[in-house]
Design a protein around this ligand. Sequence first.
Ligand code: G
Ligand code: G
Ligand code: MN
Length: 399
Amino acid sequence: MPEHRILILDDEPEIGQYVATVAELSGFESTYFSDPDAFFAAITVWPEACAVIDLQMPALDGIEVLRQLSAMKFRRPIVIMSGVDRKVLESARHFAKAHDLEVSDIVSKPARLDELRQIFERLRGSIHLLPTRAELADGIARREFQLHLQPKVRLVRDGEDGLSYVPLGFEGLMRWQSPSRGLVMPDHFIPQIAAAGLGAEFSNHLFDLALNTLKSWNEADIDASLAINLSASDVEDLSLADRLWKRCANAGIDHQRIIIEVTETAAMQHPERALDVLTRLRLRGFLLSLDDFGTGYSSLVQLQRLPFAELKIDRSLISDCTSSEHTRIIVKAIIDLGHNLGLTVVAEGVEDESTLELLQGWSCDLAQGYLLARPLPPERARAWWLAHRNMNGRPVASE
Ligand code: G
Ligand code: G
Ligand code: MN
């Protein structure tokens, strides 16, 4: 059985020691630190450990600690502890989420023994569910992942009767068909792959799947584009553009049909390196798309420096369009901003017709979402395309 480790950061040694003891009662190996630098050093030694952090410390406040964990791409569960009121703890949780950190629990100090025990038991339970590095490495080596495909369409307004769309292509979303676990969704393996340092192996598998998909489409005369998602570690890999371009050339695939989606957070983690890698991809002729826009904290100046052709508005904004005036203002402003920067604007997560109508009214270019179709296994995606491709201007109807 793999060992489970917890690293605790608290400026008060008695509390740190107390939390460590309770964690050990729940079967964790645990170490506490009162010095943030020693804590961060330990994180680099044990990237698979969970973390417990105090929000209020004299040397470094908890938000700074979260920021640094995010910069280190820490992807394991975090328990936040503090004597500040619940509202501040909730804001810290939001901050963590926006920085791709996983907060498994928040605890008000003083933490009661039974409360801490429960938290650590839950943590143990949830860790058991996560795939280990060895399992993931095997799954990748055995090529157990699949690319599901979600249609992406262009919105058109034709005459009186309003809305319709033209199919353009698909976004590929990975699924893991694990023999022991069944179908595993990306939220349960993407962060683990990053934490396990298996990014390069995983993206090679993804490229295999993407090229095979395009090859099979060529044989069936399907001229759809294919978007794939890259993670922060890919965006730091200087050889990526050449490697992907060569693989397209060897497979006889027109690489201009591949759209590369990168999240704001991934692109901004090391902006200089990302600028280098993304520019090489662009020069090689791949189209770049900025994914999940509106969730991170990027600077618009950086955004303009990076060679994106497309901007995808995050589905958390799109889903609030019909209910929130505030969100409508933001989404409309993002669409205008995108257009002013010469970008194609895509709305993600469109689930109903009234949202699609709003987006159409704001001249949003493309849409994706359950209203049009869910991510589909390859065979069903192909059937969807064949059923829709000749229906230019088909009225919107859900799948
Ligand atoms: O359907 P959905 O649950 O597939 O996807 C959840 C998240 O996982 C999305 O944010 C998506 O971008 C991400 N994701 C899906 N496939 C991949 C992939 O191949 N690579 C990376 N880096 N992220 C992916
Ligand atoms: O890469 P990205 O974060 O954009 O991945 C898209 C994610 O959104 C995937 O998890 C996909 O399954 C999901 N998704 C796509 N369309 C919809 C939708 O209409 N509603 C919701 N709730 N999720 C969607
Ligand atoms: Mn995406």
